[in-house]
Design a protein around this ligand. Structure first.
Ligand SMILES: Nc1ncnc2c1ncn2[C@@H]1O[C@H](COP(=O)(O)OP(=O)(O)OP(=O)(O)O)[C@@H](O)[C@H]1O
Length: 284
């Protein structure tokens, strides 16, 4: 028997089981007659290690929801907890600490063109380093080694010393994934990560995201515009319409046509029973 086996098992906490718990979250922009409700009483859970695709028409609130999950925007009412941090009451320092545990991948990869691929990946560690860094060798050796390891994981170790702007869009997005992995995140948020990529590169990036998420037991929330991509990538689909969750289904039990209803039946009443598939997936 190993020493570890003699240590009594720690009780699984709620945070171990549910990474994201959003409760009646409402976000309004502006006030008075000009007020716009971007998120309207949104509630859902994401279990630890679950991969969720967020779908919905342009303007349905996907990006706004992602920004709430990493504490970049504060709810108007309601809220929830992410990795145990209460979104409505957390102080700025607690939200900064939360963000260090969440990786973010954007549509436009946000790499620094003139820096090498490796230095771009190193910048993913800046949240845990003091002071600015200028030049690869101003990063501690363990950081450079970790960056090379992350580049290897995304299949781009051979490109480490190329300038970032010499890579294709798909490769740049894989570098952005490597950069996000530098934080050793518990959650990975991705906002339309393949919207600007061709279908081939888009498939590669989504397969990579799924692989790294599965290997590292990452919880993933990823907004997408492509239903087919969402069906092959995610465990679950959450559909937004005008700021409300109107679809919440496991990808195992649903076909493309059913998901497409999210976009087609725009005039339908999302509150009507059975209007759109809503199995209330997710943990807890
Ligand atoms: N900072 C802001 N100030 C005012 N309105 C905003 C702000 N951010 C978002 N909105 C509005 O909130 C609504 C939801 O926007 P959001 O960007 O979340 O939608 P989306 O589903 O991500 O759209 P897309 O697919 O086009 O990225 C939109 O009507 C948008 O104009």
């Amino acid at each position: 028997m190993t020493a570890a086996a003699l240590v009594p098992g720690r009780e699984r906490t709620d945070e171990d089981r549910v990474a994201v718990r959003i409760d009646a979250l409402t976000k309004r922009f502006g006030s008075g007659a000009a007020a716009l409700t971007a998120l309207d009483e949104v509630s859902f859970r994401i279990g630890a290690g679950e991969i969720v695709a967020l779908l919905g028409l342009s303007g349905s609130g996907k990006s706004t929801l992602l920004k709430h999950v990493n504490g970049l925007q504060a709810p108007t009412s309601g809220g929830g907890t992410v990795l145990g941090t209460d979104l409505a009451t957390a102080k700025a320092a607690e939200l900064r600490a939360l963000r260090r545990r969440i990786g973010f991948v954007f549509q436009q990869f946000h790499l620094v063109d003139r820096l090498t691929v490796l230095e771009n990946v190193c910048t993913g560690a800046l949240g845990s380093l003091r002071g600015p860094r200028l030049g690869l060798f101003t990063y501690p050796r363990p950081v450079r080694e970790a960056a090379l390891d992350r580049l290897d994981r995304v299949g781009l170790a051979d490109w480490a010393f190329q300038r970032a702007d010499t890579l294709s869009g798909g490769q740049q997005q894989r570098v952005a994934v490597a950069r996000a992995l530098m934080q050793e995140p518990r959650i990975l948020l991705a906002d339309e990560p393949v919207a600007s990529l061709d279908p081939e590169s888009s498939g590669q990036v989504m397969r990579l995201l799924r692989d790294v998420a599965t290997q590292s037991r990452l919880t993933v929330l990823c907004s997408l515009h492509q239903v087919d991509v969402a069906l092959s990538f995610a465990d679950r689909i959450v559909g937004l319409r005008r700021g409300r969750v109107v679809m919440d289904v496991s990808t195992a039990g649903i076909g493309r046509e059913e998901v497409m209803r999210l976009y087609r039946e725009v005039g339908a009443d999302p509150e009507a029973p059975g209007a759109l598939p809503h199995h209330g997936g997710g943990a807890g």
